[in-house]
Structures are given as structure tokens and as C-alpha cells.
Design a protein around this ligand. Sequence first.
Ligand SMILES: Cc1cc2nc3c(=O)[nH]c(=O)nc-3n(C[C@H](O)[C@H](O)[C@H](O)COP(=O)(O)OP(=O)(O)OC[C@H]3O[C@@H](n4cnc5c(N)ncnc54)[C@H](O)[C@@H]3O)c2cc1C
Length: 308
Amino acid sequence: MNANRTSYDVIIIGGGMAGISCALELHDSKVDYLVIDDRKNIGGQLADVQCTIRNFAGFVQNGAELRAEVEGLCQRLHIEVLSETNIDRVDLTLKKVFSGSNIFTAKALFLATGYRVRRLVLPESMEFESSYIYDCESNEQLLVGKCVAVVGGGDNALMDALWLAERCPQVLIVNRTNRFKARPDVIRDVQANPRITVLQNSEIMSVSGSGKSIQSIAVKNNQTGACSKQECEFLVVKIGYAPNTELYASQLDLDNGHIKVDARGATDVAGVFAGGDIVAPPYPRLARAAGQGVIAAGAIRDFLSVNS
Ligand SMILES: Cc1cc2nc3c(=O)[nH]c(=O)nc-3n(C[C@H](O)[C@H](O)[C@H](O)COP(=O)(O)OP(=O)(O)OC[C@H]3O[C@@H](n4cnc5c(N)ncnc54)[C@H](O)[C@@H]3O)c2cc1C
């Protein structure tokens, strides 16, 4: 899909659930818009959702199926998407969006650049890259029967540890603080699982191994300073997500990296709206992203009707 103009009434940055929902609503109201996304395919994080989706009222099995449905709908409706285009600079006041030497202008912007996975950066990260796992389910064959350490203390880390404990003889959780941020029922299951060992107040200082394979990790207790060497063949990294808001950081009001918006998605810059995972307070869910995209489209329509 290509853009045939550089000027639109609305430019939507991000073609995930929030951006596409906003586009569908604008399209339905015959508002002139363009979606710009850096990925090859629309849907954003849906491409990474391998697990069953149980909290979204649609008849879908997982992210891939929902993504295909959304893409099919966008193709049938001729939703205007410019894909594989990274926005590297924005001027929110002037409503200008830059991608290399290309400049797009609009009367209103909808920011929906979503989350990215936080990577674990250790001195040896490049050397052992293939032993760092960010998604357990699609690497099941690699992990079965192995000695695995999970880094993190939230829902994703603990649920992965439980999943791993069904397939691996021993699972170590390395958590930086002294308490988990996961759901109480998940914490209880972890604590009751004899295959799982927990190191609280702990951080991985280095990994060592041979070739591209990890054999052990050095863990430091950040309260006592004590170091220990732990056997480990794969490192499952679950240290959370970061909002893609660096582009806008100095131009609008952020709360802990998330954009502050009113009930209809308006930011503190006139004509600039935002939705989905990048919006404060953090609550990364498909239904919220879709809802905020649709609500903001209504607010954008109203904004255009008095500012065009
Ligand atoms: C593994 C996993 C499982 C999940 N499971 C569930 C679940 O079961 N139920 C649920 O409700 N939610 C789930 N979620 C969360 C849900 O997927 C997200 O809340 C939702 O997809 C967010 O949509 P979004 O449109 O805000 O952002 P995204 O989907 O992140 O879309 C943002 C898009 O913007 C693009 N982009 C970013 N920066 C730029 C730039 N500078 N230029 C151009 N494009 C850019 C990104 O590449 C991306 O395509 C899960 C998430 C993950 C990762």
C-alpha cells in the first residue's frame, strides 16, 4: 500500500489495534486520513501474540488470526496504510511528520505507536543472542528439558516460569526487587511449584558459556552484594515493555513515558490525539486500544469540523 499524497486531514502514526480502529472509524465517516506504520504488515503487536486471546470479544484463537482478520477487513475497505515507513521526527504544533527526507502534513494527528519489548542488555548480549528467549511458546522445542532462568517478576515472567516448569527439570526466577508484581494466584502457583527456585533482590551480572550457548549466569544480590554462579542454558527475558513515545517526549505532557490524554484522547497539544498502549495510565489491552482509537476518531472529526 502506498501514499499518493503528502498532505492529509489526519495522519495516524502506528497501524496497531488503536491506529487501525481510528482509521476504520474515520474511513466510515469519510474523513481524509493516512495510517503510517514501520512494519511490513498492519496489526502491530498482534503479530507477537502467539497465545490464546481470552479477554477480547471476538471469535479469534490468537494474535495471528485476529491480525489476518483485521488485514482482510482493511483490504476490503481500502484503508489507506503506508507500511514499512518509520517516522523519525514529528513537529506536533505544525502537524508535520518526517520519515527520512519525506515530509507529511496534516490538520490533526493520532499517535498510536504502541509498546516495544524491553531487551536485556549485558556485555555479552551479542555473543549469546540466540540463548536469550523473548517468547517461550514459539521456542518450545529449544527449551524442553533444558535448565532455564527467567528474568523478571511480573505476570509474564511468572506465567512463563510455570509454563517452563511443565517442560523443564529446573527453572530459576531472577527478580530485581523483593516482591513480585504478578497476580496473587500466579504468585501462589509459583511458590508451590517444586521445580521453581526464586532469587529475589537479584540481578544477572554476566553470562558465560561456549560458542553461542550459555552454560551459566553470574547473579548478584543487590542487598547483600553476594554473588553466585547458577547453571543456565537459556535465559527467558520478561522485563516488560516500553512505550514508543521518545518521538514526542519534549513536545507534550508525559507521565512515566505514557501520554496524558483527556477522555476523548486529546493531548495537551491542540489537534493531537493519542490512544492505545502509549497512553497513561498504562493498561495494555486490545479492547482498550480499539476503544480509544474509535473514541479519538470522533473527537478528531469534531476538531476538524471547527478547525478546517
Ligand atoms: C505477547 C503478547 C500477548 C498479548 N496478549 C494480549 C491478550 O491476550 N489480550 C489483550 O487484550 N492484550 C494482549 N496484549 C496486548 C495488546 O496486544 C496491545 O495492548 C495492543 O496490541 C496495543 O495496540 P496499539 O495499537 O496501542 O499498539 P501496537 O500494537 O504496538 O501498534 C503500534 C504500531 O506502531 C508502529 N510504530 C511504532 N513506532 C513507529 C514509528 N516511529 N514510525 C512508524 N510506526 C511506528 C509499531 O511498529 C506498531 O506496528 C498482548 C501483547 C503481547 C506483546
